[in-house]
Design a protein. Structure first.
Length: 139
């Protein structure tokens, strides 16, 4: 079994997967869509990945505001979590993702990537950070 981490953005979904021992998270891919509400293909791809990698649980980034309040993006994440639960039958955990995108940009800067290259990687790195935080917290 593996755990899948998701970073839900307005036009992208960053995907990360744990190793089978549930120790490390690896950035996997970015699923792109034209608009926020065009989720059919995104959900189908997530379901493909669940079958292919034998995913048993999903961790979805939960973008709380810095004051711990629930804003519009967090509400969308709650709705997506409900959809994923219904469609997959898996446990879906909402996990605080504050500042993971900033941390992902810092990692890419340290790796020497130009700012113009960040869009190619940022969402899947953020998904890996969300998932790794969850895995570390399980111990």
């Amino acid at each position: 079994m593996r755990i899948m981490g998701l970073d839900y953005g307005s036009k992208t979904m960053g995907v990360a997967l744990s190793d089978p021992l549930l120790i490390t998270a690896q950035a996997h891919e970015i699923i792109r869509r034209p608009k926020d509400n065009h989720m059919r293909k995104t959900l189908a791809r997530i379901e493909e990945l669940i079958r292919e990698y034998e995913v048993g649980e999903i961790v979805l980034g939960y973008p709380l505001n810095m004051d711990d309040s629930v804003g519009p993006r967090a509400v969308l994440s709650e709705q997506l979590a409900d959809t994923l639960r219904r469609r997959t039958g898996l446990r879906v955990v909402l996990w605080d993702e504050r500042l993971t995108t900033v941390e992902a940009h810092d990692i890419m800067d340290e790796a020497g990537l130009r700012a113009s290259e960040h869009d190619e990687y940022v969402d899947k790195i953020a998904a890996a950070l969300i998932l790794q935080s969850y895995l570390d917290n399980r111990k």
